[in-house]
Design a protein around this ligand. Structure first.
Ligand code: AMP
Ligand code: MG
Length: 404
């Protein structure tokens, strides 16, 4: 058996960032920028008001209350092509450009206009600059607003739009083919024969791929037959940036995934000192990485988290420190548990106490086939090889449910 770190290093050394492309802003959420983005113009682009009210000359408000003439109204989106002089004001709405001659805004709550709307009584004294948003206050002309390597978040989509970057240079979302293997698998609602089971892994892995922000491509089910597996791998390698398969990497007579990968790709078959997810095959077919994940549903999920997802994130442009999984500390809440010669990833329910500290307890059956208990897990507790943990001990956990 090899340590997880060795398997991970091997995989990460064999994958590369995808070539950056110009991508429409509508498609950019969650992608990593490949180039910095600059603002050609300042934001705001013009002096404007932060409040609904009256644009005035501040000096006119030294002695309040004071009555001023209202020479016009400026709304947001108007060009504000108006000027005011001493004793004058303009009614103005939030976001509207400041008229020529004005140097402050009195908020509407501190004013009372006459019925005709041509005069206004101002009750509040203002200083020059009050309630004015000056050009460049948010972003200066030429400023680098986003660095290369940053992920596009909803706010950043807005920032990009605000500087007119309707296309961005970014790493594309990896297209990830997902294949199930096994003679026992069924994927329709027909009654099962003895020996058959329903294919769960392909649906899980496609969902994990989508949830991680990548594009899943369904490669179907291949029977335990080398030519069928080879065909699916070749289709996946031609059409996708990476391929995930599940099953067929163990020691059984019909475990052909590792055999096929070895024949048609550059393959390494690994026995990793972790539980679940010990067997793992990784190969490269025509420079497309293929992850041969184990067949048991919980194993395939854990293998995805520990090995495939970090590699896919690398391909998607995330930095070496940002490949995951994210490990945090939690208080172990079960009776004494000890691992064996492998590092155990225990399925745990998690909760926070009133001080915000994270507590974890087993979410149920820890068998690698026990998917129901996995779905109740909010976290995986990492129990290193040859270690015992007891109630109250601090353990490392990988959060699966980020809402806790
Ligand atoms: P294998 O590694 O192919 O021997 O599979 C290990 C175990 O995982 C067996 O019990 C398989 O029936 C099960 N298994 C394999 N693939 C799937 C799948 N796609 N969905 C559910 N269980 C699977
Ligand atoms: Mg199998």
């Amino acid at each position: 058996m090899i340590p997880l770190s060795e398997a991970r290093d091997h995989v990460l050394s064999k994958v590369e960032q995808l070539a950056p492309r110009q991508i429409a802003l509508e498609q950019a959420l969650g992608l990593v920028l490949a180039e910095p983005v600059h603002a050609s113009d300042p934001i705001p682009g013009f002096a404007n008001t932060a409040m609904d009210g009256y644009a005035v000359q501040a000096a006119d408000t030294n002695d309040v209350p004071v009555e001023l003439a209202v020479v016009g109204t400026i709304g947001a989106g108007h060009d504000g092509n108006l000027s005011i002089g001493p004793g004058q004001s303009a009614r103005i709405m939030t976001g509207a450009p400041l008229p020529e001659g004005a140097d402050a805004v009195v908020k509407v709550e501190s004013t009372s206009p006459n019925d005709a709307g041509d005069r206004v009584r101002v009750q509040e004294r203002v200083e020059p600059g009050n309630h004015i948003r000056y050009p460049g206050e948010d972003v200066a002309a030429g400023e680098r607003v986003l660095e290369a390597g940053l992920m596009v978040t909803p706010g950043r989509v807005g920032l990009l739009a605000s500087v007119g970057a309707y296309e961005v240079a970014a790493f594309p979302r990896p297209r990830v083919g997902v294949l199930s293997t096994g003679d026992e698998l069924v994927d329709t609602a027909v009654p099962l024969w003895r020996g058959q089971i329903r294919d769960t892994n392909r649906r899980i892995l496609l969902s994990l791929v989508t949830e991680a922000g990548f594009e899943g491509v369904d490669l179907g089910i291949a029977r335990d037959c080398p030519s069928e597996i080879e065909r699916a791998f070749r289709i996946g390698a031609a059409d996708c940036d990476a391929v995930l398969s599940s099953g067929g990497v163990s020691m059984g007579d019909y475990d052909y995934v590792k055999v096929v990968l070895d024949q048609i790709g550059d393959m390494r078959w690994m026995q990793i000192a972790i539980k679940p997810a010990k067997p793992f095959a990784f190969g490269v077919i025509d420079s497309v990485p293929v992850f041969g994940l184990p067949g048991n549903p919980v194993s395939s999920m854990v293998s995805f988290e520990l090995l495939a997802k970090p590699a896919l994130r690398l391909m998607a442009g995330f930095g070496a420190d940002d490949l995951g999984p994210n490990i945090v500390k939690a208080v172990f809440g079960d009776d004494r548990y000890h691992s064996d010669t492998r590092t155990h990833y225990m399925r745990m329910a998690a909760r926070r106490d009133s001080s915000g500290a994270l507590h974890v307890t087993s979410s149920g059956g820890q068998g690698s086939h026990q998917l129901a208990a996995m779905t109740r897990a909010d976290a995986l507790a990492i129990i290193p090889a040859n270690m015992a943990v007891s109630r109250g001990d601090l353990v490392d956990v990988i959060m699966l449910n980020t809402r806790i």
